[in-house]
Design a protein around this ligand. Structure first.
Ligand SMILES: [Zn+2]
Length: 412
């Protein structure tokens, strides 16, 4: 176990060295660093003689086949893209745990009643194209071709990036996996919250994932000279966006038992000290365990934005980028994880919902899904301070091993 844990840490460090920025970890979809990290994953997969390939969107996929050619697939997965200024563990840890489990099975010639696959998803964070789950939506057959026309901050389209990395748009559909071919899905991931630290536990079960809606909001006013334009005659797009942001906070706080709401990205134009802002574009991210409540709140917030735009005579565009309902994790798979935790000496099994979205959201459309959360120190993530102790990595590996062995036993 110690050697295998050390290998995971070594690989986490190696991936953490690959970045588009000199000062921090950044691997947004389709960049040089993103492609390089995918190549490294391919090398590791091939070194353990797994059938390995990169699909059109850039998912890195490997398979350890069952002797039964008609067997179903069981997938372990997580993502290898990152946000800007990321930590080393969010995403890669789940992939590397999957590879360790597969390597053990391969080296010990354990017969599989299902094809075991690990998929490193190309894009979960959505940092470049403001759309999460590009990778897993391809697998589930829910890739929306409209996304191909989306452009990044430099005007480069998703289609251009996909093709520059050797992907072919025509292959996206055939990269999906049919529901009837799938036995299930398992995603180990850092918790990204403080619960495991507070409970002094290495890992816990995830019972479900919150529903999430992401909106692109554009406010269009009129540019004007900051020195000459009277205050009462301005159409300041930033002031409209600011008023809206305070309304988002107020509505979020009022419903804090079941809602979180965030404006995390904002562009102000022309972004010049002496010009009244004529245009502001920002995101809105809202999440709740209750899918129908989230739909209701999304409408309330849109109405509020319309009210502000009319009052201030500022143009408004409201584009829902994506919306995913809440996901229930599969009880059958969860029971096997509980067994795996007990065998690993964890007798206190905690089960919590995930406020963060994960690839399991997309895969839940075609297969039963399950997740294991791993403690990250102080609950910090999306941050260079993100840290998982080697003891917790070792414990999570033990649980992953046990879980897959339970699954093999159940299906043999
Ligand atoms: Zn993640």
């Amino acid at each position: 176990m110690k050697l295998r844990t050390a290998r995971i840490i070594e690989r986490l460090n190696a991936l953490g060295e690959i970045s588009d920025s000199k000062n921090c970890i950044s691997r947004a979809y389709g960049t040089k660093a993103h492609t390089a990290s995918g190549n490294l994953l391919i090398k590791w997969m091939q070194n353990i003689s797994l059938q390995t390939y990169r699909d059109a969107i850039g998912n890195i996929r490997c398979i350890l086949p069952s002797l039964n050619p008609n067997a179903k697939y069981f997938i372990i997965g997580s993502h290898y893209d990152t946000v800007f200024n990321a930590g080393k563990y969010d995403g890669p840890l789940g992939i590397l745990l999957g590879l360790e489990v597969m390597q053990y099975i391969s080296e010990n010639n354990i017969q599989l009643p299902f094809h075991l696959s690990t998929i490193a998803f190309a894009d979960e964070e959505g940092a470049r194209y403001n759309t999460a789950y590009l990778g897993s939506s391809t697998i589930s057959g829910h890739f929306d071709r409209c996304w191909l026309n989306r452009t990044d901050d430099h005007g480069v389209s998703l289609k251009e990036v996909l093709e520059a990395n050797g992907g072919q748009v025509v292959n996206i559909d055939s990269d999906s996996i049919a529901r009837e071919q799938l036995l299930g899905y398992f995603e180990p991931h850092i918790e990204q919250g403080p619960v495991l630290c507070n409970e002094d536990l290495s890992v816990c079960l995830v019972n479900g994932i919150a529903s999430q809606t992401r909106v692109d909001v554009h406010w269009t006013g009129i540019n004007g000279h900051a020195g000459t334009y009277p205050m009462n005659h301005r159409n300041d797009a930033f002031c409209a966006a600011s008023e809206f942001s305070l309304a988002v906070e107020q509505i979020g706080k009022y419903n804090s038992d079941k809602l979180v709401a965030t404006i995390g990205k904002l562009n102000i134009m022309p972004n010049t000290p002496n010009v009244i802002p004529g245009k502001v574009e920002h995101t809105l991210d809202i999440r709740s365990k209750d899918s129908s409540f989230l739909v209701e709140i999304s409408r309330t917030l849109e109405d509020k934005a319309i009210e502000i735009s009319k009052k201030r005579k500022i143009g408004l565009e409201w584009n829902i980028l994506h919306s995913t309902p809440s996901v229930q994790c599969d009880e059958g798979l969860n029971q096997l994880i509980r067994n795996g935790m007990k065998k690993a000496g964890i007798h206190k099994t905690l089960e919590i919902p995930s406020g963060a979205g994960h690839d399991a959201v997309m895969i839940s459309r075609i297969a039963p899904v399950s997740m294991l959360f791993i403690r990250c120190q102080e609950g910090i993530s999306h941050n260079p301070l993100e840290y998982v102790t080697s003891e917790d990595i070792e414990k999570s590996l033990e649980v992953c091993d046990n879980f897959v062995h339970e699954l093999i036993h159940q299906n043999s």
